[in-house]
Design a protein around this ligand. Structure first.
Ligand SMILES: Cc1cc2nc3c(=O)[nH]c(=O)nc-3n(C[C@H](O)[C@H](O)[C@H](O)COP(=O)(O)O)c2cc1C
Length: 205
C-alpha cells in the first residue's frame, strides 16, 4: 500500500465521518451587546458542530470546539452553558440550514420553525426533534488555534424513549444517526455493516 506523507499540513479532514450535532444556547445577553443594537431582550441561537467528543463519564463531561467568531460562542461565553442536540439523518437539511445561517442575522428557531422541549437544569433550548441531548454547564474555555475548546459538565440528558438498547446503544432499527463526511456531505450508519467484536475475546487472540 503506497502512502503519501506530508509535513505541510494545510487541511486535515480524515477524521470524518462524524456525527454532526447542533449546539444550542440561550443567553440574557441583550442583542445590543452582541450586534450593537439596543434591546434588553434575551437571545437564543443554534449552530451545527462536527468537532465534539465525550471527555469523561464520571463526572459526565462533553467537549465542543467552536470558533470564537460564531455568535453562538458569544452567547455561551455570556451564559456559561450550552446544549448538545443529536438529530436523525432525516433532518440533515435542518443541520445544514442551522449551520449555514447566522444568528446575528436571523432568529433560527423562528425561521426554521424549530419546536423545543423544556430544559430541566439550564436555560438552553433543547430541540424536540433530537433523539438525544445534553444540557451542559461550561467548566472550561480555552483557545487552541482558530477554535475555542469548550468543556461542559453534563447536567441533564434527554433521551427519546425506546430507541436505545438495554446497554444504552443506539438501536439502528429505530434511528438513522446523522453523520457528516465533510464538504457538505451527509450520510448515515449502514445497519448491515454492524459487527459485534467482544474486546475480551479479541484482546486475547
Ligand atoms: C455540518 C457542519 C459542521 C460544523 N461544525 C462546526 C464546528 O465544529 N465548529 C465551528 O465553530 N463551526 C462549525 N460549523 C459552522 C457553524 O455551524 C456555522 O458557522 C454557523 O453559521 C454558526 O452560527 P452562528 O454564527 O449563528 O453561531 C459547522 C457547519 C456545518 C454545516
Amino acid at each position: 500500500m503506497v502512502k503519501k506523507i506530508s509535513e505541510s499540513i494545510e487541511e486535515f479532514r480524515q477524521h470524518y465521518p462524524r456525527v454532526a450535532l447542533l449546539v444550542t444556547v440561550q443567553s440574557n445577553l441583550p442583542r445590543a451587546v452582541a450586534v450593537v443594537t439596543a434591546q434588553a431582550k434575551g437571545r437564543e441561537n443554534a449552530m451545527a458542530v462536527s468537532l465534539h467528543m465525550p471527555v469523561s463519564y464520571a463526572p459526565p463531561i462533553y467537549a465542543v470546539a467552536i470558533s470564537p467568531n460564531r455568535f453562538t460562542y458569544r452567547l455561551i461565553a455570556d451564559s456559561q452553558e450550552f446544549g448538545v442536540n443529536f438529530l436523525p439523518f432525516e433532518l440533515a437539511d435542518l443541520v445544514a440550514s442551522i449551520g449555514g445561517s447566522l444568528g446575528t442575522k436571523i432568529d433560527k428557531f423562528q425561521k426554521f420553525n424549530i419546536a423545543r422541549d423544556k430544559p430541566v437544569r439550564t436555560a438552553v433550548p433543547i430541540l424536540k426533534a433530537t433523539y438525544a441531548a445534553y444540557e451542559c454547564r461550561l467548566v472550561n474555555d480555552s483557545g487552541y488555534g482558530d477554535h475555542r475548546l469548550l468543556i461542559g459538565k453534563i447536567e441533564a440528558v434527554h433521551l427519546q424513549e425506546g430507541i436505545f438498547t438495554s446497554e444504552g446503544v443506539l438501536d439502528l432499527d429505530k434511528v438513522n444517526p446523522g453523520l457528516y463526511l465533510g464538504n457538505d456531505l451527509y450520510l448515515t450508519a449502514l445497519k448491515d455493516s454492524l459487527r459485534n467484536l467482544d474486546r475480551k475475546v479479541y484482546g486475547k487472540r
